[in-house]
Design a protein around this ligand. Structure first.
Ligand SMILES: Nc1ncnc2c1ncn2[C@@H]1O[C@H](COP(=O)(O)OP(=O)(O)O)[C@@H](O)[C@H]1O
Ligand SMILES: [Mg+2]
Length: 224
């Protein structure tokens, strides 16, 4: 399978009480197109830091990230974030004063990727595909349940037509039954939509449903 994302010799450290703490050490890894990965590791091992770096929200002290063979520095972080990736957060991070469909439409306005002309129809269809029917799509998102808000966030992550979707503990606020439903959706995104999904989790239920489990340990990623 084709490689979509490659990390090369990523280093990340910070100063804590005069001591340097290195969280990521010469970390290299290659992610393939259309696969669903879970990244595991104990609390404090650097999972969120790693996700922030590969999502272009934070920068490493050194190392390179290649998207489809192109160095992200060359592509530019702005374009990488707008056109290559989406993020699904544990706390959903939807715009609370907008409806579900408005949240999806907003994401469509924040990319340069080619999108279908009838955006509103596409937005409603995306939401309904993930279980948000029309009447719910027109509600303010803070009137929806946690599981429903996460479905909206997933629909939003697809709206900009990117190939890489990252999620940090996306089921951390959900019960086990809803967790399974949400993870089944991520699986569908990779297998039916061809997206590459990288989910950080400490849930065994989640990791057992993924194609590839990867462990973050001693600053490096290890294939399990
Ligand atoms: N810039 C920073 N300054 C201080 N502490 C940091 C910084 N970046 C990360 N950390 C610390 O590094 C550790 C790893 O963080 P994190 O990536 O959130 O781990 P995880 O998501 O695996 O629990 C945590 O203890 C966090 O507080
Ligand atoms: Mg974390």
């Amino acid at each position: 399978m084709a490689e979509i994302l490659r990390l090369e010799n990523i280093n990340y450290s910070y100063i804590d009480g005069g001591y340097e703490r290195q969280i990521l050490k010469d970390l290299s890894y290659s992610f393939e197109e259309g696969r669903f990965y879970t990244v595991l590791g104990p609390s404090g091992s650097g999972k969120t830091t790693l996700l922030s770096i590969i999502a272009g929200l934070d920068t490493a002290n050194s190392g390179e990230i290649y998207f489809n063979g192109q160095n992200v520095k060359e592509l530019g972080l702005y374009r990488y974030r707008r056109n290559a990736i989406s993020i699904v957060f544990q706390a959903y991070n939807l715009i609370s004063y907008l409806t579900a469909v408005e949240n999806v439409l907003l994401a469509m306005s924040e990319t340069d990727n080619k999108l279908p002309a009838d955006r509103k129809t596409v937005a409603y269809n995306l939401l309904s595909r993930f279980g948000i029917v029309r009447s719910k799509a027109d509600r303010m998102v803070n009137q929806l349940s946690g599981g429903e808000q996460q479905r909206v966030a997933i629909a939003r992550s697809l709206a900009s037509n990117v190939n890489l979707i990252f999620a940090d503990e996306p089921t951390g606020n959900l019960d086990t039954a809803t967790e399974k439903e949400i993870i089944a959706i991520f699986k569908e995104l990779s297998h039916d939509f061809g997206k590459t999904i990288i989910v950080v989790t400490h849930s065994d239920t989640v990791s057992q449903m993924s194609d590839q489990r990867v462990l973050l340990k001693d600053g490096k990623l290890h294939t399990l």
